[in-house]
Ligand binder design. Structure first.
Ligand code: NAD
Length: 488
């Protein structure tokens, strides 16, 4: 099927101090459709000078404005933003699919998640409660929650709208000023969302800005800036470690949402009719480019043959192609380098294990214009294999089997990561034991990929620091102050 995707590439600007601005570099950062190679847009290729000016502007706006003390205004601003996204959802979904490659259904789902998150945190802006306590007969303490100040949000390309909004919404709800640096591969969707912020008059002018450009220069400048009080980073674990080092400049507060290598643990009594499609979806959604991907399958040895054969069937019936088609189930990976990386891991899998299905780039016809990779399942992998241990960020499922619950738990925890896990069993006691034993921020029982703005999300071990979403997610963006009263 041919798609009318060739549209004039849009030009995007930085948004600083409530104005659209150009980078001093005079250069552009271009983004391309990974399904077709067409240019989607060009954004500002900003310099360290640009980002420093933006930080100064956000910092002075925070000092001068009443944003941090005006929860009702913040509620109205976030709600207004949510409504603007709702009104523009179809248009934004097309931009997201064209720039990132995910299917149009996933893009709609991602943007609906943005709306839901903004609405939740709009309400939460009016509930930034502290506590009070009588300490001695004449002494009384108020434990107040206050905004931290200027928050720098650095976001990734895989769910570029939701992962930016997931942090922006609580940061603003708590009363902070924010500077966003989106991923270099997805500036268009990020700036499109800021165009909507610009249409909401309740936002204090200058309280939220976006600057596009390379992470290694402008992201790093945010990390070291003494005028940024907190960095909220979502991305690769190795970049997270760099940010930690950069943040020592002024002992910044950090929130880190990093990588994963999450297991789906399938016991012999599991309801496979329900489990198979959800396990398949957990690894092939967004072509596996999702932090919580169920990239390891741990299956009881007695049902391994059946589970693998049914997952193979699932993988092979997926319709792969341009995400703009309503019938596409899986789009391309985001770039040539991501495609090469996935292929490299599959070669390791081929040498050390057995490829059940996939393991290769898709070619011929429209596939040759983009970065399409076949949904892949690899079995018989030793536990030290890099395919089992490292985050691939592609549609590759590594299969291992176990013979006892104890072994399953040990295998589930045999990883540097701890973002999420799925447990499939009809035994409630076992489900409870496994959910307590697994070292991960989210454990789903008989389901997967269920996320809500009101339920905390985040990583154990090298999957992150702190929690996003929910009340804890709001509190991440607050300082705590003890105000003490002594009466005579
Ligand atoms: P990445 O680490 O390469 O980039 C993330 C952001 O950091 C980008 O904006 C990039 O420009 C910036 N950056 C790069 N180098 C920097 C530096 N030295 N200083 C400051 N900023 C820098 O990650 P990615 O490839 O965009 O995203 C994929 C990764 O994100 C995967 O590891 C995935 O698991 C992780 N992720 C985690 C979550 C979560 O919630 N835990 C969600 C989505 C993605």
């Amino acid at each position: 099927m041919a798609f009318v995707t060739e549209q004039k590439p849009a030009v995007y600007f930085n948004y600083v101090g409530g104005e659209w601005t150009e980078s001093s570099s005079g250069e552009r950062l271009e983004s391309f459709n990974p399904a077709t190679g067409e240019m989607v847009g060009s954004a500002q290729n900003s310099t360290v000078t640009d980002v420093e000016q933006a930080i100064d502007m956000v910092h002075s706006t925070f000092q001068k404005s009443d944003w941090g003390y005006n929860p009702k205004r913040r509620y109205e601003a976030l709600l207004g933003f949510a409504q603007k996204i709702e009104e523009n959802l179809e248009r934004l979904a097309a931009v997201l699919t064209r720039e990132q490659g995910k299917t149009i259904k996933e893009s709609r789902q991602e943007l609906a998640g943005c709306v839901d998150t903004l609405k939740y945190f709009a309400g939460a802006a009016r509930t930034v409660f502290g506590r009070s306590i009588q300490l001695e007969p004449n002494n009384f303490g108020v434990i107040a929650k206050e905004p931290i100040g200027v928050v720098g949000i650095i976001s990734p390309w895989n769910w570029p709208a939701l992962l930016m909004i997931r942090e922006l919404a609580p940061a603003l709800a708590a009363g902070n000023a924010v500077l966003v640096k989106p991923a270099s591969l997805t500036p268009a969707i990020s700036v499109e969302l800021f165009k909507l912020i610009d249409q909401v008059p309740q936002f204090t002018k200058g309280i939220v800005s976006i600057v596009t450009g390379p992470g290694r220069s402008i992201g790093a400048a945010m990390g070291t800036s003494k005028k940024i009080d907190m960095i909220s980073f979502t991305g690769d674990t190795s970049t997270g470690k760099t940010i930690m080092e950069l943040a020592t400049s002024n002992i910044k507060k950090l929130a880190l949402e990093l990588g994963g290598k999450s297991p789906n643990v399938v016991f012999a009594d599991a309801n496979l009719d329900k489990a198979i499609p959800l396990i398949g979806r957990s690894i092939f959604i967004s072509a596996g480019q999702i932090c919580m991907a169920g990239s390891r399958l741990l299956v009881h040895e007695s049902i391994k043959g059946e589970v693998i054969s049914r997952l193979k069937q699932y993988a092979e019936q997926l319709r792969i192609g341009n995400g703009l088609s309503e019938s596409t189930d899986m789009g391309p990976v985001v770039s040539q380098s991501q495609l090469d990386l996935v292929a490299e891991y599959c070669e390791i899998g081929r040498r050390e294990g057995t490829i059940i299905t996939g393991g290769h780039r898709l070619s011929g016809g429209d596939f040759d214009r983009g970065y399409f990779f076949a949904p892949t399942i690899i079995d018989e992998l030793p536990s030290q294999c890099r395919v089992v241990r490292e985050e691939i960020f592609g549609p590759v499922l590594a299969v291992q089997s176990f013979s006892s619950e104890e072994e399953a738990l040990a295998m589930a925890n045999d990883t540097d990561f701890g973002l999420s896990a799925g447990v499939w069993t009809n035994d409630l006691n076992r489900a409870m034991r496994m959910s307590k034993g697994i070292k991960a921020g989210t454990v789903w029982i008989n389901t997967y990929n269920k996320n809500f703005p009101e339920a905390e999300f985040g990583g154990y071990k090298q999957s992150g620091l702190g929690r996003t979403r929910g009340i804890d997610g709001l509190m991440e963006y607050c300082e705590t102050k003890h105000i003490h009263f002594e009466v005579d």
